[in-house]
Design a protein around this ligand. Structure first.
Ligand code: C2O
Ligand code: CU
Ligand code: CU
Length: 569
């Protein structure tokens, strides 16, 4: 080993399975070699699917506070090996874990979390201090956790400006008063959310309820959380945050860019992992926790990514905020940043087969580039190997029963609000900022929905990229997507063209994040339920959200009518 470079070492590891056994001790030798300069190219050739999929731990409460279970979560910088053939990377995580530990919450059982910032004073990545809220005197390292998708009091929602520096903590209360859902928590600090998220600050929060617990869904080892991300590593295996312009050209370190695309898939904090499964039903809880990347996912039986795909049909049973009315059979699933999907995959009949979780979403999305040309390493994400025997005495799981959702009544909307999604460019057409209605986060609040009322929000996208729009506090329903006449719009008229498209089957339930495609209008119906106070809505492309596609809104009391029908969530 001594005379060989690590690159050669890694190459030899790819060749045979026996080399895998050497990886541990041999790696120690390899570490003493000077770091090769070309790990970046090499990372595209990292041996795939040799590492087992890590499953994040469940976090346990540390006590009670009144009616609430109490948890303590520290944000820490630490080292973690993202691939067994790479040196450990410096990352940030909750309780020393990346992704963070999983919360198991039960409807009706409130919890309180003491979030404390134990991070160092220096950020893992260069900070662009020209962005609103990121300039001194704001300290370089600031955090504020947000429970995405939850109906939470404004004080505990993690507003971007409520950040706190290292050495400080907050206690947030989560009432868990909504139905079972796949929620997630992540950092939301003003002007550096993209960097904090990229450093590793995100995790799952499973909210369960009695109805769900009475269903016969796969549970325990048969319920698999999957946090999907993309990351770029440098010659020492360390995370690199290098955003790009719309045309893909790189920006100097520390300069904001409208998009970031990582060069490797990272699932639950592991590059190209695999999971051994039994030939039976599994429940997969998926989260797109990437900064910019959309994933269009499919389960592929073909042995090479370049072969004609052989797709495995699966069922989507839930979206962001709860179960769908009926399980929806799918072969492909689009998951934009911050979206979640609850899936049932049946591996029975696939004994001995290998199923590759694959992705063919263009980047940027919907884009004009073919993924295969720009990011071929992202075509494959992880493998399921159907190699385990069915556990003795294992019970057979089923799909959820039909669960009719409350009907949507668009006519109940008391207000229709229009939001134009645009970008501000320089003379060369390069993005300088992303905006909502030409405004940024610090412009005065213009939206004051009344508590309990329904509103229609229309997002009008005049950019060339899709934007996953997210509204805090609420779970909404998608009414339609529709094209519009761009020329007429520039003359001040919103004139629809083409047909009105209803939400895709997987989007027809409760959503808190929904994609607005280029030159389309997305219309959603929201009921502002639960709390008055300040909240935010924004694009969940973290680069857009930071600069400056995010706006505040304030829910105000509605004295006139306290008897409005509940949405039932
Ligand atoms: Cu995922 Cu403002 O949140
Ligand atoms: Cu949110
Ligand atoms: Cu956006």
């Amino acid at each position: 080993m001594r005379s060989r470079t690590r690159r050669e070492f890694l190459k030899s590891c790819m060749a045979s399975a026996s080399a895998r056994l050497l990886a541990g001790p041999a790696w120690a030798n390899a570490l003493q070699q000077p770091a090769p300069k070309n790990i970046l190219q090499m990372s595209g050739q990292l041996p795939r699917f040799i590492d087992p999929l890590p499953i994040p731990h469940r976090i346990q409460p540390c006590g009670k506070h009144g009616d609430a279970l109490l948890y303590r979560v520290r944000m820490i910088e630490f080292e973690k090996r993202l691939h067994s053939q790479l040196p450990p990377a410096r990352v940030w995580g909750y309780e020393g874990q990346y992704p963070g530990p999983i919360f198991e919450a039960l409807r009706g059982q409130p919890i309180e979390v003491e979030w404390s910032n134990h991070l160092p004073e220096r950020h893992l990545f260069p900070v662009d201090t020209r962005i609103h809220g990121a300039s001194p005197p704001a300290p370089e390292v600031r955090t504020v956790p947000h429970l995405h998708g939850s109906r939470t009091d404004s004080h505990s929602d993690g507003l971007p400006e409520n950040w706190f520096p290292p050495g400080r903590s907050v206690v947030y209360r989560y009432p868990n008063s909504q139905q079972a859902a796949t929620l997630w928590y992540h950092d939301h600090a003003l002007g550096i959310t993209r960097l904090n998220l990229y450093a590793g600050l995100s995790g799952f929060y499973f909210l369960r309820d009695q109805r769900q617990l009475s269903m016969n869904l796969p549970a325990g080892n048969y319920e698999i959380p999957l946090v999907l991300q993309d990351r770029t590593l440098d010659e020492r295996g360390q995370l690199v945050y290098s955003p790009t312009l719309d045309d893909g050209s790189k920006l100097p370190p520390g300069v904001w860019g409208p998009q970031f695309f990582g060069e490797l898939p990272v699932i639950n904090g592991a590059v190209y992992p695999h999971l051994d499964v039994e030939p039976r039903r599994y429940r997969l809880r998926l989260l797109n926790a990437a900064n910019t990347r959309f994933f269009r996912l499919y389960l592929n039986l073909a042995s090479q990514p370049t072969y004609v795909p052989r797709l495995v049909t699966f069922h989507q049973i839930g979206s962001d905020g709860g179960f769908l009315a009926d399980p929806s059979p799918l072969q492909k699933l689009l998951l934009a940043p911050a979206e979640r999907a609850d899936l049932i995959v049946d591996f029975s009949g696939l004994e001995g087969r290998t199923v590759t979780l694959s992705n063919d979403a263009p980047a940027p999305y919907p884009g004009w580039d073919v993924l295969f040309e720009t990011h071929p390493q992202l075509l494959e994400l992880m493998q399921f190997r159907v190699v385990l025997p069915v556990a003795p005495a294992a019970k057979t799981f089923s799909l959820p029963p039909s669960l009719p959702l409350p009907p949507v009544h668009p006519e109940e909307a008391v207000v229709t609000r229009d939001f134009v999604l645009s970008d501000r460019t320089d003379a060369q057409g390069r993005s300088l900022a992303m905006l909502i209605d030409g405004k940024g986060y610090h412009d005065p609040v213009t939206e004051f929905p009344k508590l309990g009322s329904f509103e229609k929000w229309r997002f009008i996208n005049i950019t060339d990229d899709s934007h996953p729009m997210h509204v805090h506090l609420v779970q909404f329903r998608i009414l339609e997507r529709r094209g519009f006449d761009f020329g007429a719009f520039l003359n001040g008229r919103l004139q629809f063209v083409g047909i009105s498209r209803p939400p895709a089957p997987g989007e027809s339930g409760w959503k808190d994040t929904a994609v607005v495609n280029p030159h389309e209008v997305l219309t959603i119906l929201i009921r502002f339920e639960g709390y008055t106070g300040k909240y935010v809505f924004h694009c969940h492309v973290a680069e857009h959200e930071d600069n400056d596609m995010m706006r505040p809104y304030v829910v105000v009391a509605n004295k006139a009518d306290s008897s409005i029908r509940s949405t039932g969530i």
